[in-house]
Write a protein that binds this ligand. Structure first.
Ligand SMILES: Cc1cc2nc3c(=O)[nH]c(=O)nc-3n(C[C@H](O)[C@H](O)[C@H](O)COP(=O)(O)O)c2cc1C
Length: 277
């Protein structure tokens, strides 16, 4: 397995850290990784900060313990902003994983005001999610284990419930070369581990197209005012699929098809983007 796939498959959320500061080499590699591309042209920007911002901590209500540093970021509001934010932030998460550091997406309740202050937030910008980053604690805390168990974090839906072949009644049985990019989507993190991604393959075996849809929960995705939580899950899926495909030299890119295949349960299943050659 190549390094990109190993990072995607080995990452899990870390909520208990050792408290050791980042080493200078880790810090400079992370700072470099803050400069991420996006798919749809949104303006996202990130900063690496220590545990304290202006004397205050990023409040995590006991979820995160002893994080030595944080990746904070914001995006200018626009229709695809949260998808782009998910895509870009996951690039940083995978860079941290490659350095052997732990991370945890936090899109729910955390100190958004403190993070915004650290970013000198401008009008129209919003902080969708942040992540602690650092060395893992030798042992996870009880709070960590309770959160993981509550979200069922260690399990994923079977591929037959996520990936479809030509029509939404036919699970994708043989994805050929594309099995690993699809598995990279399936192993991705998602808010409360809801795994809202659904992918329909069309086209020929030699030149397939993959259409990403989101089976969103309309109440849950808008639980945090101003943020579309599950759009970040979509962005993470775009990132994992693309990173895996590119590491395997498989061709293609994401674009928005003006006439996408029909969604099976519209409006709760929403089209996001298509992978085409
Ligand atoms: C957009 C997004 C928001 C998340 N928000 C939180 C959060 O607020 N608190 C938390 O403890 N975990 C949060 N998570 C982490 C998920 O619970 C976790 O990714 C999921 O349970 C799968 O576990 P894994 O990351 O260990 O594979 C979030 C994940 C994503 C992708």
């Amino acid at each position: 397995m190549n390094d990109t796939l190993a990072n995607i498959f080995s990452r899990t959320s870390t909520r208990s850290f050792s408290g050791e500061p980042l080493m200078p080499a880790e810090e400079s590699a992370l700072v470099q990784a803050l400069n991420q591309p996006v798919v749809f042209g949104s303006e996202a920007r990130f900063r690496l900060i220590g545990p304290d911002i202006g004397g205050g901590r990023i409040g995590t209500y006991g979820v995160i313990r002893k994080a030595p540093a944080w990746v904070v970021g914001c995006v200018a509001e626009c229709p695809l902003a949260f998808i782009d934010y998910g895509y870009a932030m996951e690039g940083i998460i995978l860079a941290a994983t490659a350095l052997g550091l732990g991370t945890c997406w936090l899109g729910g309740i955390f100190g958004r005001t403190g993070a915004g202050r650290a970013l000198d937030l401008r009008p129209g910008e919003i902080v969708p999610a942040v992540s602690p980053v650092g060395m893992l604690a030798a042992r996870s805390t009880l709070a960590d284990r309770v959160i993981r168990a509550a979200a069922g974090s260690s399990s994923r839906l079977p591929p037959s419930e996520l990936f479809f072949d030509g029509s939404w009644d036919t699970p994708l049985a043989d994805a050929g070369d594309w099995a690993l990019p699809l598995e990279a989507v399936r192993r991705g993190p998602s808010a409360s581990n809801k795994q809202p991604w659904r992918i329909l393959r069309t086209g020929s075996t030699g030149k397939p197209e993959f259409h990403l849809f989101l089976k969103e929960n309309p109440v849950y995705t808008h639980a945090i005012p101003g943020v579309v939580l599950q759009d970040m899950d979509a962005g993470i899926a775009l990132r994992h699929f693309e990173a895996a495909a590119s590491s395997l030299s498989l061709p293609g890119r994401w674009l928005v098809d003006p006439r996408p295949p029909e969604a099976p349960e519209a409006p709760d299943i929403r089209y996001i983007a298509s992978w085409v050659e």
